[in-house]
Ligand binder design. Structure first.
Ligand code: PLP
Length: 391
């Protein structure tokens, strides 16, 4: 391997959420932080170099998007997903949660119904509710160790909704939706006049054997009735740069969204938002491929470790990304006690599964974007705590 993912990088005292906010989140400082979704690996050196080079010019004045940014995105989505998009169809937006919030404000009104598929990324719930929209849920169902869409329920619930918020691939369960599943969701939404917002932030981290399908590519209907959000932020560990983008191929929808952003002055990128992303996409294939191999080996390690040592714990094996939904229902603990068990006894700080909504209780989301030694230590601590209550 050219890049070293075993290296322990000290992240404390860098104002980083994952390490410097541990006391606030878990009530104690002695947990291994394996929660919020960034990785503990160094951001790739070629990206850091792009930022460093720009800093050599010591005027950090007003800026516009780097000219290499849109071609790099076009090239990336074409090369990786066979998706041809034109430069006008791409636009900057500073973060995908804000982008979702803007979409809700732009395409729905207070009181309108918004469909989500829990257990799903907590801000989908929070932002929708904060904006006074009505949440409608189509809970995913666990079938043979993977979460699946309940299409009968989907057809029922979508009626009367204005917008469907799709997590593609899905967080926290790492499902890579098949083209057929996406097509079915599309057909049902289109029949019911429901706009689809597809959040594809995790898509570049799809593992071998699975194929990510951008929602908009499944059919003409999908292309004309959706807006897509993508970013290099998770993929290349640059979430702090708050840089993402939308791809909207329907002229009317794009005009409406762009107008909303422009009127609120939300469409301009900051100085470090676009050139580093272009570098990531132009130079990042090898780093990404090695990172994914490393993370997948982490996932294999965890799966084997659970089977051999903690049969009452199970996991939903992700088909994409570095997040594992750990199924701890086998311990038989009430959910509050389960949280206490992982924080106070095992001393591992993970995301509480219940924050993802229906179907999340009894689960924890564990972040495996870390050196193997950290994962081994965490699993060892969980095993010691497990043995105390299970042996
Ligand atoms: C599905 C999903 N969407 C959006 C985000 C966050 O995006 P951003 O940091 O660009 O707001 C995350 C981060 O974990 C995520 O998992």
């Amino acid at each position: 391997m050219k890049y070293d993912f075993d290296e322990i990088v000290q992240r404390e005292h860098t104002d980083c959420f994952k390490f410097d906010n541990v006391k606030e989140i878990f009530g104690t400082e002695d947990v291994i932080p394996m929660w919020i979704a960034d990785m503990d690996f160094k951001t790739p050196p070629f990206i850091v170099e792009t930022i460093r080079k720009r800093l050599e010019h010591e005027v950090l004045g007003y800026t516009f998007t780097n000219s290499s940014w849109k071609p790099a995105i076009q090239n990336w989505v074409s090369r990786r997903y066979g998706w041809d998009v034109s430069p006008e169809e791409i636009g900057f937006v500073g973060g995908i949660v804000p982008a979702i919030s803007f979409a809700l404000q732009c395409f729905t009104a207070p009181g309108d119904k918004v469909l989500i598929q829990p257990p799903v990324y907590a801000p989908y719930h929070n932002v929708t509710k904060e904006l006074g929209r009505t949440l409608v849920t189509n809970p995913l169902k666990l079938v043979n160790g993977q979460l699946e869409v309940d299409f009968t329920d989907f057809e029922e619930k979508v009626k009367g909704c204005k917008l469907f918020l799709l997590c593609n691939p899905h967080n926290p369960c790492g499902r890579v939706w098949s083209k057929a599943e996406l097509q079915s969701m599309c057909d049902i939404c289109v029949q019911n006049n429901v706009l689809i917002v597809s959040d594809e932030i995790h898509c570049d981290m799809t593992f071998k054997g699975f194929t990510h399908t951008p929602f908009a590519t499944v059919s003409e209907d999908a292309k004309n009735n959706s807006i897509t959000f993508m970013a290099a932020s998770k993929t290349f560990n640059i979430a702090g740069l708050k840089s993402s983008y939308h791809i909207i191929q329907n002229d009317g929808l794009r005009r409406q969204y762009n107008d909303f952003l422009r009127k609120n002055e939300l469409d301009s990128a900051h100085l470090f938002a676009t050139a580093p992303v272009a570098t990531a996409y132009n130079e990042g294939d090898e780093w990404l491929s090695q990172m994914l191999d490393y993370v997948e080996a982490n996932i294999d390690y965890m799966e084997d470790f659970l089977k051999a040592n903690m049969p009452k714990l199970d996991m939903i094996r992700p088909q994409a990304s570095f997040l594992v939904f750990l199924d701890a229902r086998g311990l038989g603990l009430p959910h509050d006690e389960l949280i206490r068990f992982f924080i106070r006894e095992a001393k591992v700080g993970m995301n509480d599964g219940a924050t993802f909504g229906e179907g999340g209780s009894g689960f924890m989301r564990m972040n495996l974007g870390c050196p193997r030694s950290v994962l081994k230590k965490a699993l060892g601590q969980i095993k010691s705590a497990y043995d105390k209550i299970c042996l």
